[in-house]
Design a protein. Structure first.
Length: 334
């Protein structure tokens, strides 16, 4: 009986020791394991001054100067919303969700008014420090909070035709010193550009003493970038500027999902018909209205329908498909 109790006590002791060692090992493993990566929301807020379409449906290349940026985001399949400062108020309701999480991974600021009266820049600063990235393109950022986030100070306008030079190595400028710097030649471009001075931002690309691309680290997972492009159209028309903008977006957002397909030296033809496009979406889209001259020009597979037969009168004709061999277009009276 004594030996049985002694063996039982030894067994309980061994089990207790094994359980204690297992708990300590699991705690140590959990302490050494890296924390999960905080992935930002895959959505961008595009801040502009105004839009030409009062209904907010059409982005016109003729009247909306931010159209090149919107087109690039569409081409890269990056979801985005547009906020126009002349009709909407930027506050915490746009930048945060109800539970306090940030709503956008990046804010792309394209507005450049002479003064700001509506936006709540304190909410923008709070969102930026909470993880929302900030990319400012072609703006003088005439607000103290916005300038503090960028780590810059606006000085004046300037003109220069000197080439751009990489000042510091960075992910955004990686490889440009050997491949693309020469293609940044400004030629005879005497357009006015924005002259800024760095207060805390790191200058990545400069034109002589004028910063062109800067980055300022605001929080642990967020930064504010400023890109002084000559205009917004160059982001689409120039490959080096487009690469700079794309890499700035990747750096600010943290990631960009792109198809694993190389479309170089290929032609992509895309045809969309969402219905009622002539009235509800594209202002310049119209349905073709064929005339008798259009129908009689060249071979056609079908030129008459039942609805046409009901609407036509006796003095009109239904044009049959062209006889290609004889070159004669046969017709029949109604």
């Amino acid at each position: 009986m004594d030996s049985y109790c002694t063996g039982r006590r030894r067994l309980i002791g061994l089990l207790s020791f094994y359980l204690a060692v297992s708990m300590l090992a699991s705690r140590a493993a959990s302490a050494e394991a890296p924390s999960a990566v905080n992935i930002k929301p895959y959505r961008v807020l595009l801040v502009v001054e105004h839009r030409s379409d009062p209904y907010g449906l059409v982005v016109s290349s003729e009247t909306d100067k931010f159209q090149p940026v919107a087109a690039l985001l569409k081409a890269w399949s990056v979801p985005f919303d547009i906020l126009q400062l002349d009709q909407q108020h930027l506050d915490t309701s746009y930048l945060f969700r109800r539970m306090g999480q940030i709503r956008y991974g990046t804010v792309i600021w394209l507005a450049d008014p002479s003064s700001y009266s509506q936006p709540d820049f304190l909410a923008l600063e709070e969102a930026t420090r909470a993880g929302t990235g900030l990319v400012v393109v072609g703006s003088r950022f005439l607000d103290a909070t916005l300038a503090k986030l960028l780590g810059l100070r606006f000085k004046d306008l300037y003109t220069s035709t000197n080439n751009l030079q990489v000042a510091h190595e960075h992910y955004i400028t990686r490889g440009m010193a050997t491949r693309e710097t020469a293609t940044f030649g400004q030629g005879h471009d005497y357009s006015e550009r924005i002259w800024v001075e760095s207060t805390s931002a790191e200058v990545l690309i400069a034109q002589d003493k004028h910063p062109v691309l800067t980055v300022n680290h605001v929080g642990l997972e967020s930064s504010a970038l400023w890109l002084g492009s000559p205009n917004l159209s160059v982001l689409c028309d120039s490959a080096p500027w487009r690469n700079l903008f794309f890499r700035s977006l990747v750096w600010s957002l943290g990631y960009v999902v792109v198809p694993n397909v190389d479309y170089a030296h290929r032609v992509i033809f895309e045809l969309d018909d969402w219905g009622t496009a002539d009235k509800g979406f594209l202002s310049y889209w119209r349905y073709l209205e064929p005339t008798e001259e259009t129908i009689s020009r060249g071979p056609h597979k079908a030129v008459a329908t039942k609805s046409c037969r009901r609407k036509c009168r006796s003095q009109h004709r239904i044009r049959e498909p062209t006889n290609e061999e004889g070159g004669v277009a046969m017709g029949s009276e109604i």
